[in-house]
Design a protein around this ligand. Sequence first.
Ligand code: WT7
Length: 635
Amino acid sequence: MSNYHIKHLEEYYQVYRKSVRNPESFWEEIAEEHFIWRKKWDTVLEWDFSKPEVKWFQGAQLNITDNCIDRHLATRRNKTAILFEPNDPEEEAQHITYGQLHERVCKLANVLKDNGIKKGDRVCIYLPMIPELTYALLACARIGAIHSVVFAGFSSNAIASRINDSDCKMVITSDGSYRGNKSIDLKGIVDKALEECPGVQSVLVAKRIQSDIEMVEGRDKWLAPLMDDADSVCEAETMNAEDPLFILYTSGSTGKPKGMVHTCGGYMVYTAYTFKNIFQYREEDVFWCTADIGWITGHSYIVYGPLANGATSIMFEGVPSYPDFSRFWEVIEKHKVNQFYTAPTAIRALAKENLDYLEKHDLSSLKVLGSVGEPINEEAWHWYNNNVGKKKSPIVDTWWQTETGGIMISPIPYVTPTTPTFATLPFIGVQPALMDEEGKEIKGNQVEGRLCIKFPWPSIARTIWGNHERYRDTYFSAYKNMYFTGDGANRDAVGYYRITGRVDDVIIVSGHNLGTAPIEDAINEHQAVAESAIVGFPHDVKGNALYGYVILKETGESRDRDNVRKEINQQITELIGPIAKLDKIQFVSGLPKTRSGKIMRRILRKIASNDTSNLGDTSTLLNPEVVKEIMDNVL
Ligand code: WT7
């Protein structure tokens, strides 16, 4: 028991050493003492990063919903599991108890079965942050269907490619969604996507905005009446520890999005254990993660991690600016939130507003503040610490990825002394390494390098759906026998890690992971565009914003530039979603390229960031003259 909840720094080091010296016995003990298994494992860990292959708790059987729901019924039946806070503060919050969660998940699971969904089938979930979203994840998990949640801000095109990549048989969506003072026609977006998805046989539609939508005969069904009629008993399917639990797509630096596959056993153990320790969750606490369940943060720290601990987890439908910029603070006061987990981009946006928004609310319930998604800059860190935490709630700057399933580097609050902008120490069981460009590990402190992980942890993604080779190439080929994260980091004098950002062509905008390639593809589809390159540049709220360099075709030269700019952003919105829109678009006559034809993004990045003092040697470029032209016309 003592290992499950770490309480001081000595204990952290002691447990950390144990977890690294003997990972198998360490994780075996955690798994054995804190979870319900239908059958115990034959081996704790089998792994080989050169294949790559990772298997945790091989031979074990379980269902994650036994752990997230059923086991709590005896002691927490009337405890709030999901606290739903609607977009409109005038609408009443819903306290969904573990008892109700059980009933609704079982009913929805029966609806899925009645509509032909079996163990192993893929179900695409495209829903706003309403309770049905959580029911849908858990109902899939209960019957062993693999959920693939697509963030409800993605376009028809983006949905279609994700549905087809993993052959989803069903889509669960809603008539629409609320977002601040707007409503969005989600069903219309799904209908358009499904024109390209012959494999989808049925669509279940939750009612949220009461809009008048088209229902396709024989394909579309309203969810509520089906749930009303469904049996509230649904025996959970027995799953193997290594059976897939879900697929979640994330951008790569090239090519189409990668469907990261997470499996049942290890993911459960790791998200539950990190949740308990990194948020120091206690039985009566109210936990609030402001992420959307469309991202990994929501999967792991709104749904699975909290529920596996019998926690009360807030699901927030709204945005920080509606009805005004006090919304977050109002919700913290209203529900007496104890742990608050948000993103640097939200902190920066709120820090720009008048402090009155915050100061009129009682935030004294807060015990722990969290940050995730991108590096948190010093100014935002201090604003968060001084104004939200009143210097008494430690900030956990949690570094992790869709691929890692759970938090990897983070302070443990009240245990690890924090340093602004540092994610500090590896979590229990995590073995980071900094590598140089030649592939050698950089030992010692006060060093900088590329961040890798040397040893498997239970919730590492096992593959990319349908493309194991790409999984190997992306994560295990840069450095032998290491998982390569794509991030750069440094380690200070006391061994704390600070993440410096991506070292590949992924750009993090407002905490969203965007690959350059799909955005460039979207731009290039515009009929006036010949070629394009995008880079990130510093932005005071978004962290990074996108800067596009665009070469027009001869036929496009006569077009009005501002119209073309607008159309390019429309094109991006249509093909990917509004999150990938460009802040600046510069028309250029050429792009700086190496002799082998590779675009020199490093140079473009520096120009876009107004940092041209040290461009490096440009004389070896194929077209050095273009650099000056671009610099002269920079926006
Ligand atoms: C990338 C992963 C993990 C959930 C949300 C993002 C960046 C994430 C931090 C942090 C600095 C961070 C990294 C990482 N990132 N957290 N605390 N400090 N950078 O998941 O979309 O898979 O993005 O987000 O660059 O590689 P994701």
